[in-house]
Design a binder for this molecule. Structure first.
Ligand SMILES: [Zn+2]
Length: 370
């Protein structure tokens, strides 16, 4: 049975709850089942190199260089129950929209670079006159099912009708809050020449929807778009979309390197030593977008998500001048209070020394030059 389905009307409450649990399982960031990952021993930390093509198991599944990610200890069913409650009775604390956002966007400066936060991991960026989106997501739910699953708590910071033409799209991995097929289909229809850059193994899903301009890259592979160099880079995460596709498709971060600016998109990741390697090889970055939310329960989340302090440390490791918070306040995916990640992230950056990364927390739809 595939879980890539869209059902229009609920039929049975029991089936709905099962599906809800399943979809929450797929959308949340619990550690990947170890049986789909390498059976080899985790190598000592000092020997781990992340800047290389992604390792695979004998069965061809991708695996992080540190080996299988830990599960965390127990508490999974209570967690899914809490997630389901949050879906049915949304919690307070979602990100705020900027009242003047639309006006500011429509009157944006003609000169790039600039960045605007649409919500969650979706950014619209223009560098050297080239416009691109990260993990574009305009749908109401981050879910395989249209009527249940994590609900968007606020409208996108940029209305679909105000979205200008785009040149390319970066996708970090296949979880439902990052790879949203309805949004990608609509984007491809509106921008038939746009290129969709994805980590290895994700192209098939896009081609199913008739999207042919797909470029699949392994970690450390690069390509060019006009004046920009695009580099697929590691992240410590995992992938899953159906019942039996654990880590069949790769996950990644991305660097976009231009003649005057360098941008890094962390996607969805734990804190890992790869940030230092990436900073040394591809930094310093003018702007690094780092995920700050979905870190509780800690045991369950820490192998695949960062907390706000780790996200700020990642920006320091990356040698970023500005650290832009993403992955919070839009979908309720984990146990921390919704408004806690941005507060802790700002506090983490408050003690920055001169020359260290400045923390940027946007309202939805906010636009800034960088
Ligand atoms: Zn994810």
């Amino acid at each position: 049975m595939s879980v890539e389905l869209r059902s229009s009307r609920p039929r049975r409450v029991g089936a709905g709850l099962v599906l809800a649990a399943l979809c929450l399982a797929l959308c949340s960031a619990r550690a990947a089942p170890a049986d789909a990952q390498a059976e080899s021993e985790t190598p000592p930390e000092t020997e781990i190199t992340w800047l290389k093509t992604a390792p695979r198991t004998e069965k061809g599944r991708f695996v992080n260089p540190i080996g299988p990610l830990p599960h965390g200890s127990g508490g999974r069913m209570p967690f899914f129950w809490r997630r389901m409650q949050a879906t049915l009775w949304p919690r307070k604390g979602a990100a705020e929209a900027k009242a003047s956002a639309r006006e500011e966007f429509l009157n944006r400066p003609e000169e790039s670079p600039w960045v605007t936060w649409v919500g969650h991991a979706t950014l619209l960026i223009e560098m050297s006159g080239v416009r691109f989106l990260t993990d574009p997501m305009w749908s109401k739910r981050a879910s395989p099912i249209s009527w249940i699953g994590p609900t968007r708590l606020r409208d996108p910071g940029l209305a679909w009708d105000d979205l200008p033409d785009i040149d390319f799209v970066l996708i970090s991995h296949n979880h439902f809050d990052h790879l949203d097929r309805p949004t990608l289909r609509r984007l491809a229809e509106r921008n038939p020449d746009a290129i969709f850059y994805v980590p290895l193994g994700n192209g098939q899903l896009l081609r199913k929807d008739g999207i042919e301009n797909v470029v699949e890259l392994d970690w450390t592979q690069k390509t060019n778009f006009g004046p920009l160099e695009i580099v697929c880079l590691p992240a410590q995460h995992w992938s899953k979309r159906g019942l039996r596709d654990n880590n069949a498709a790769l996950w990644s971060s991305w660097a976009v390197l231009g003649p005057s600016r360098r941008f890094f998109f962390a996607g969805d990741t734990a804190y890992f030593s790869g940030f230092t390697e990436i900073g040394e090889q591809y930094g310093p970055f003018d702007l690094a977008a780092v995920p700050i939310g979905a870190y509780r329960p800690v045991d369950m989340m820490k192998a695949s998500h960062m907390n706000p302090e780790q996200a700020y440390q990642a920006a320091l490791d990356l040698q970023a001048q500005k650290a832009l918070a993403i992955h919070f306040g839009t979908f309720d995916l984990a146990d921390e209070p919704l408004d806690e990640p941005p507060q802790r992230f700002m506090e983490a950056g408050a003690e920055a020394q001169p020359g260290e990364a400045e923390t940027w927390v946007f309202s939805l739809g906010e636009i800034r030059p960088f």
